[in-house]
Design a binder for this molecule. Sequence first.
Ligand code: MLT
Length: 258
Amino acid sequence: MPHTTINGITLHYADEGDGSPILFLHAFPLSGAMWQPQRAALADQFRLIVPDLRGFGATDVPPGLTTMEQCADDMAALLDHLGLAQVAVCGLSMGGYIAMAMLQRHPARISALVLANTRANADSPEAQAQREINATIAEAKGSATIADMMIPALVASHAEPHVVATLRTIIEANRPAGIAAALRGMALRCDSFATLQALRLPTLLIAGTDDALTPLDTVRMMHEAVPSSRLVIIPGAGHLSNLERPDEFTAALRSFLS
Ligand code: MLT
């Protein structure tokens, strides 16, 4: 896996395929490994850039918080390193928060946007408090405990066992400090509805009927906020729709970006 040093960290990423570039931003608490089904399916037509975001996978865990703004700045620096002026950005859940932070901080770098299983609103005070509790649990008990706590919400109850096994492997490979840092950073993210209302880029919103973490009403509000958006709701998909329904997810992406 290639790597580069940017913004004080060593960041690992995959870069494969030819064609117009897509930057894939992974969910919490996963890594670039969650995009394996899309890498396998789309490298024939696109250049796929798949980083491990700061604190996850093989990328460094810096001290302190991992804010969505810092991750957005990391992505702009990665694109500089790769000599890419503009890319399509596809973010799922936390990856979507980072994509929205990129819209605010580096709008010129984005040619088209895919926001999957994500929401534009900020955390409530209760959600922020829960994130701090979970960060403390991650630090005290480790990644396996976070996997036990989160997996039931991350996939639909009928998710295939191999998907659950893959998910557990990815989460358990992450370092607890990286998980805690992202929890504390996500709690600080701002509301992005105004940013979406000003958005004029081609935008694809993907949701799952069985997503326990992203209310469909919120995704519909995002769809209404962005006149240039298309909404695809994948039947039977939970929160990690790209892993649970890879064919439908990839088909939606290919048809939108082709
Ligand atoms: C994710 O899948 O990235 C998380 O559900 C995001 C979050 O905790 O808000």
